[in-house]
Design a protein around this ligand. Structure first.
Ligand code: PLP
Length: 357
């Protein structure tokens, strides 16, 4: 990918906003990228605004709507920290509590924006697997924003459905470069631009020269995900490797939220682990990178907000779960190696805990 986009960036070196020929060819390359991504998602090119990534796209959708925010309790912090007016709970599988949501919507006196992620980043759970939101959209007056950052590229052939008004994606979640993403805005929907002031780039919504290399990487990977049959097979094969991981760890770890989840994520509960930070550090020392259900800030260990909200703050699953993420590059050998490391670290962990007593 890098060689291909580097060649394009070197060839089209002009600023896409300049009106000379170098600028024009750069603009053409950017617009070509926009078309590729839009075609894949089944939307029109002028409905995509390039951003610096998922966080900016989410903020743009929510604050740009100028409506009070309703969101699920397991949204990414780039949504959850946008001052929600109402928070909708999820069930033990990380799926949206539709009856709670409907009750709230039915009592709503003015329009709101509802933001629900396509799939959760810690558990992989798909929040609305049965398309209930489409039915609610017909009955109630709200804008629907979907944070597609985790689901995009993992749900094969995904198209933005008609009932979705706003949709965010991020390049680095599909092996593109960090620092680029896009927001889809449904035709006819006008967003305000409360934060970014400047020129008329990106329909006036995101002033500043575009991150051409990042955007081209997003287009390149989108093309691969949607049109390269070999790559699609590699994506589909991730699920079998996750199955192998979970099978080999049977008796040591229990998968969380297994009903309707994206194919690369495994949130695993280790009943013998209660200090996830220590566990992750030990795994990392052995060369295995997993992420926590816990965040450690200023030396304070806090249980994951997502797992707390799914299982309860004091549930052992909240304290003892870690996330394994697999990719197209993960091999069966990687899985066997990872399982060996986990087994070794579980023993070390036990010894450390015993020494503490
Ligand atoms: N939304 C979800 C579900 C994510 O997982 C992430 C990143 O991890 C983001 C939004 C933010 O995306 P970015 O890192 O491109 O700002």
């Amino acid at each position: 990918m890098l060689d291909s986009i580097r060649r394009e960036v070197v060839e089209f070196f002009g600023n896409p906003s300049s009106s000379h020929f170098a600028g024009n060819s750069s603009r053409d390359s950017l617009e070509h990228a926009r078309e590729k991504i839009a075609n894949a998602l089944g939307v029109s090119a002028f409905s995509l605004i390039f951003t610096s990534g998922g966080t900016e796209a989410n903020n743009m959708a929510i604050f740009g709507s100028e409506l009070p925010l309703i969101c699920s309790s397991i949204e990414h912090s780039s949504v959850f920290n946008c001052e929600p007016y109402e928070i909708i709970p999820v069930d033990e599988n990380g799926q949206l509590d539709i009856s709670y949501l409907e009750k709230f919507l039915s009592g709503m006196s003015s329009p709101k924006i509802l933001s629900v992620m396509l799939a959760n980043n810690e558990t992989g759970s798909v929040l609305d697997p049965n398309n209930e939101l489409a039915k609610l959209k017909e009955k109630y007056n709200f804008l629907l924003h979907v944070d597609g950052v985790q689901g995009f590229g993992k749900i094969l052939n995904y198209k933005i459905p008609e009932h979705v008004d706003l949709f965010s994606i991020s390049a680095h979640k599909v092996h593109g470069l960090k620092g680029a993403g896009a927001l889809y805005v449904k035709d006819g929907l006008e967003l305000a631009n409360p934060f970014s002031k400047g020129g008329s780039h990106e329909f006036g919504m995101r002033p500043g020269t575009e991150n051409q290399m990042g955007i081209l990487s997003l287009a390149y990977m989108t093309d691969k995900i949607y049109s390269d049959v070999y790559h699609q097979k590699r994506i589909a094969d991730i699920e079998q490797k996750r199955g192998l991981l979970e099978f080999l760890l049977k008796g040591k770890a229990i998968p969380n939220c297994t009903k309707h989840r994206i194919l690369n994520t495994s949130s695993l509960y280790f009943p013998d682990v209660s200090d996830v930070i220590l566990f992750i550090e030990l795994l990392s020392d052995e060369g295995l990178c997993v992420s926590g259900g816990s965040a450690c800030s200023s030396g304070i260990k806090r249980p994951s907000r997502v797992l707390s909200s799914i299982f309860g703050k004091d549930d052992p699953r909240t304290k003892g779960s870690v996330r394994f993420s697999l990719s197209v590059d993960t091999t069966e050998q990687d899985i066997y190696k990872a399982v060996d490391i986990v087994n070794k670290v579980l023993n070390t962990y036990k010894e450390i805990e015993n020494d503490k007593r």
